[in-house]
Design a binder for this molecule. Sequence first.
Ligand code: BEZ
Length: 211
Amino acid sequence: MSIRLGDIAPDFTAETTQGSIRFHEWKGNSWAVLFSHPKDFTPVCTTELGHVAKIKKEFEKRNCKVIGLSVDPLGAHVEWSRDIADTQGAAPNFPMIADADQKVAKLYDMIHPNASDTFTVRSVFVIGPDKKVKLTITYPASTGRNFDELIRVIDSLQLTANYSVATPADWKDGEDVIIANAVSDDDAKAKFPKGWDAKKPYLRVTPQPNK
Ligand code: BEZ
């Protein structure tokens, strides 16, 4: 099943390295990142999981839980965690789904048969407090993800969920934003008291409103 932006993220039960979970219940009202790994004991995945463990506090600051998935059994995840600690200086400190029967991988369309019949691709789903999918990204197995980009997108998603703005190319938290086109100039006067620079009628740039 393909999952599109705005869909409710499918619920599931799964065994994880932190016990059995029901996904929606585990997520609660937080944001969540669900990300898949092609296989245990593989090099790129090893670096990714160690890296996410080290920056987990960045997700926590954003009220965002993190959960990984690999289509291997729990025992393999536990053994691999020791290797991740050995080589990356941090073991996964978030649950890793043991999806040996590919139940969750299939539910989230993480297996792309023309890439591999058996491995999952590197899928990322960002899910909002309303359980809706806010972002999907798919990387191939050979390319490790850029988690700074993921944090950047979460900042944008959280900002644009609360203010009538959009964020421009390469935007980072604290930089100027764009007033949503649905907001009239009259309404913008109240919503954006710091004013704006109208580079074009459809391109009104304003300081980030929550800074
Ligand atoms: C890796 O994580 O290094 C990897 C996994 C599957 C295929 C290719 C690379």
